[in-house]
Structure formats: C-alpha cells, structure tokens
Design a binder for this molecule. Structure first.
Ligand SMILES: [Ca+2]
Ligand SMILES: [Ca+2]
Length: 88
C-alpha cells in the first residue's frame, strides 16, 4: 500500500501533514523565540524584559519558555542575550 503524504503548509514552525483523509498538525517551537519569528535575537530579549517589568505585550509565546515555568521573564531574556553573543 502506497501512502501519499503532502506537506501543504509549513510556515513559522507550524506544519500540517495531510495523509489521505487523516490530517495531523504539530507545532515546533524554538526555545527563547518569544515573538515566534523563528529566530532568537535581541527582540526576544527586549520583549522578555518588557514582560518582566509588567508592560503588556501582545503576541508573547509562552511556548518559548526555557526554564520550565511556562512563563516568559528573566530566564528567557538571558537566554536570548546568550544566543545573540554566541553562548548558546
Ligand atoms: Ca524571535
Ligand atoms: Ca520561563
């Protein structure tokens, strides 16, 4: 039996796999990618610091959590800064 698989969407860490009549979806998140733009950079550190100081930021992805507390804060800011300077 031949299985026909087509990836018909794969954007920004979200992929959908279509197999005949079965649709499967999965999300692959990047640790530290707080704004989910597929890169860990200075913008992620700034967003994490803004969250930490109580500034209301939209589109913050807690899936980028690096410390296991399901929150974005100092650990994610440090992680992003370490990534920027090549320590990660
Ligand atoms: Ca990012
Ligand atoms: Ca965290």
């Amino acid at each position: 039996m031949r299985m026909l698989c087509n990836f018909w969407e794969a954007t920004r860490g979200v992929a959908t796999l279509k197999m005949d009549n079965l649709n499967l979806s999965y999300n692959q998140w990047i640790a530290g990618d707080v704004n989910n733009d597929t890169e860990v950079d200075l913008a992620d550190a700034i967003i994490a610091l803004r969250v930490l100081t109580g500034i209301n930021i939209q589109d913050v992805y807690t899936e980028a959590d690096v410390s296991g507390d399901d929150r974005i804060g100092l650990e994610e800011a440090i992680y992003a800064l370490q990534t920027v300077v090549g320590m990660k």
